[in-house]
Design a protein around this ligand. Structure first.
Ligand code: F6R
Length: 359
């Protein structure tokens, strides 16, 4: 039930701190042990490559997961869109492991891949929000998101839950492989910090609404840019904005803009930069300068440690591996308020259904 909330989406955005705590409780002990099926960990950590198969927002969570798994567990990860993989299968490694990311567990494009993978007798894991869903029943293993039902068509808490569960899995795999970096990663503490930091971002709704009015009123298009994990979040931020507000939005690797797309920048084009990564932050700033000098209206979302006084939205500092969990929250709210402002139904965007059960 949405209670006093005008839309499910806003309720689900607000639930994210609680979901982070729930995942921590469900999967982690205070000592930092991960409660994950030993057989799954064994099978996964002995594979030579993990193939993440997903669509839409779930695939964007996969990109962030790739970074976390490669860092903590030292296993190469590839991300594939289900609808592409189905007909255009890449050359596989010797010992592949398949990881299906699906909020609903019912997405037809992903299921089609799982059927093939099962025929080939490769091991698989589904990470899903729905116990007993098709993808869960048909995969070798399942991990649940514990996000509670997600009703709004635009996925919010499932995205952050997917990243959090992938972080648990990455830590567990790294520990299984006796990696110091995984053992020292205090995920109970970091997820707790993420939860309180999310609360502080969520309490800035008024500011975010004002920024939407200042930057997105009457615009037909917008860009999100970033590098590394900030690029992955940019893709998700742009998808959220376009699917509910109908503003044509693109998420771009900040350095790639100048290789063509910068031609679209005109006087007043909104370009939103995400800066949470120490190594690439100054480069993204350089790219923001480039578009500004061509007339772009730039808005910066930066973590505290990297922020400048002129930045419009400052995020509390969190662990760099988990920064997506926090930086995505203001972009969800930006999409929400841009949609409200335009008078569209936030929860039921046109042409879309909650779970896509056709190919
Ligand atoms: C966007 C959105 C979709 C889904 C995609 C996959 O907000 O919700 O892009 O992420 O249709 O759905 P699942 O995760 O259920 O397989």
């Amino acid at each position: 039930e949405k209670g006093t909330y005008p839309y499910y989406m806003l309720k689900e955005v607000d639930e994210q701190p609680a979901v982070m705590r729930k995942i921590s409780q469900a999967y982690l002990s205070q000592q930092g042990d991960c409660q994950i099926d030993e057989a799954l960990l064994k099978e996964m950590s002995s594979s030579d490559r993990i193939y993440i198969i997903a669509c839409g927002t779930s695939s964007h969570a996969g990109w962030v997961g790739k970074k976390i798994i490669e860092t903590l567990a030292n296993i190469p990860v590839e991300i594939h869109l289900s609808s592409e993989f189905g007909y255009n299968m890449p050359l596989l490694s010797e010992k592949p492991f398949f990881l299906f990311l699906s909020q609903s567990g019912e997405t037809a494009d992903s299921r089609q891949v799982l059927v093939k993978i099962n025929e080939l007798t490769y091991p698989s894991l589904t990470i899903t929000n729905v116990a007993g869903s098709t993808l869960s029943r048909e995969a070798t293993y399942t991990l649940l998101l514990h996000a509670g039902p997600e009703i709004a068509v635009a996925s919010t808490k499932a995205y952050t839950a997917q990243i959090a569960v992938l972080a648990v899995l990455a830590k567990a795999l790294g520990q299984q492989k006796n990696r110091l970096v995984a053992k020292e990663f205090n995920l109970v503490h970091e997820l707790g910090l993420i939860a309180t930091s999310m609360e502080s971002v969520i309490s800035e709704k008024e500011l975010i609404q004002q920024l939407v009015t200042a930057y997105l009123t009457d615009t037909r298009n917008a860009f999100y840019i970033g590098r590394g994990v900030d690029y992955y979040v940019s893709m998700e931020a742009a998808l959220k904005l376009k699917e509910i507000s109908y503003i044509q939005a693109e998420g771009f690797a900040a350095g790639e803009l100048k290789h063509g797309t910068i031609a679209l920048i005109e006087e007043g084009t909104p370009v939103l930069g995400i800066i949470t990564d120490e190594i690439t932050g100054s480069h993204t700033r350089g790219n923001l300068k480039e578009v500004e000098s061509r007339g772009a209206h730039t808005l910066v979302i930066a973590s505290e440690g990297l922020a400048r006084p002129t930045d419009q939205l400052i995020l509390p500092n969190v662990h760099p591996l988990l920064s997506a969990l926090l930086s995505v929250v203001p972009t969800q709210l930006i999409a929400y308020y841009a949609t409200l402002q335009r008078g569209y139904d936030v929860d039921k965007p046109r042409n879309l259904a909650k779970s896509v059960t056709v190919e």
